[in-house]
Ligand binder design. Structure first.
Ligand code: NDP
Length: 315
């Protein structure tokens, strides 16, 4: 087996912009990276249609196309890409120590350097039938599922950038979009608020919460309550798009690395260094604030340079 004896220099866990950026930089520095894609190769961007704010694409680029390009770029420099999820890690405390990365059925790869770029996962509302109706009206991805609600009424919940982007996208396909915001104001950026204000078919409901999800075999509607005047209402919709934030994908690292109270990996200020020597974190898994494709790619590059320096000092 390829990995049985060999000790790698660089294993990258995750295949979003952070992971691929780390792969390109480490590969070009002759570190022969091995990259685990996880269950969703390309990460969250593969569920985004138009990426307009990633530099270098004056007309924007489809998220899937962007990630396919990243994959091709990493392969061009001979990154070894494994389409599997890492199930467990054992990370050394010693300078120059060997880290163990487990995957598949009892397979293990050893490496002196690890770059964690596992990203984050969308949050659930925690309502009855929410999980049951995933794919039956409930969705976390407007660009993936919006098409199924052509000329129909849908709702988006959340007041951040993701929610407003989803509402904006859906307004081009659907008859009417209810945008449900629990506060009396948006959290989203002013530019997105401006776009929303120009749409006639987006109905913003501030101070509103979902109390129940309605339907037998599939989503048929939602019950909502206005928290100011306490009025209840049922809205009939074919689609509910839940865009209320994310949880960092750090489950397999929680006994191995220092995490903050929300579960994000703690890195040294201005670096990607974790509390274990040779282990670096990049992208959304260590960034609750910026969470942009371009900042993820930037920290992927930082992790590669941090690892290169680490290896040159300890090997
Ligand atoms: P955010 O955490 O920014 O926003 C989450 C929103 O959901 C908030 O309005 C929050 O309300 C609301 N919310 C949270 N929990 C619930 C709940 N249980 N019920 C109802 N509403 C709830 O997440 P986003 O995914 O929108 O954005 C994450 C990051 O990604 C941000 O930094 C954002 O700027 C960035 N991003 C940037 C994009 C771009 O630049 N094009 C696109 C998408 C995301 P409250 O305000 O009350 O907390």
């Amino acid at each position: 087996m390829l990995f049985k004896k060999k000790i790698q220099n660089c294993v990258i866990i995750g295949s979003g912009p952070a992971g691929y950026s780390a792969a390109v930089y480490t590969a070009r520095a002759n570190m022969n990276p091995v990259l685990f894609t996880g269950l969703q190769p390309g990460g969250q961007l593969t569920t985004t249609s138009d990426v307009d704010n990633y530099l270098g694409f004056p007309k924007g680029i489809n998220g899937n196309d962007l990630m396919n390009n990243c994959d091709k770029q990493a392969r061009r420099f001979h990154t070894k890409i494994i389409n599997e999820s890492v199930s467990r890690v054992v990370l050394s405390n010693k300078e120059g120590g060997i880290h163990y990365i487990f995957f598949g059925e009892k397979k293990c790869i050893k490496s002196r350097g690890v770059i964690i770029a596992t990203g984050s996962t969308p949050k659930f509302l925690g309502k009855n039938k929410e999980k049951k109706f995933i794919g039956l009206g409930v969705s976390f991805c407007a660009t993936c599922d919006g098409f199924f609600h052509k000329e129909k009424d849908v709702a988006v919940i959340g007041g951040g950038d993701s929610a407003l982007e989803a509402a904006n996208y859906l307004s081009k396909i659907c008859k009417r979009v209810y945008l449900i915001v629990r506060k009396d104001h948006f959290k989203a950026s002013k530019i997105l608020q401006y776009h929303i204000s120009k749409k006639n078919n987006i109905n913003v409901l501030f101070c509103t919460n979902i109390t129940d999800i309605v339907g037998n075999d599939f989503l048929e509607g939602i019950k909502i309550i206005n928290s100011k005047n306490k009025t209840n209402k049922t809205i009939l919709i074919s689609g509910l798009f839940i865009t209320i934030g994310h949880i960092p994908n750090t489950e397999i690292f929680k006994n191995e690395l220092d995490l903050d109270e929300k579960g994000y990996i703690i890195v040294q200020k201005g670096k990607t260094t974790t509390n274990k020597p040779g282990v670096f974190a990049a992208g959304d898994v260590q960034d609750p604030n910026y969470r942009q494709a371009i900042t993820s790619a930037g920290t992927g590059c930082m992790a590669a340079l941090d690892l290169e320096k680490y290896l040159s000092l300890c090997v």
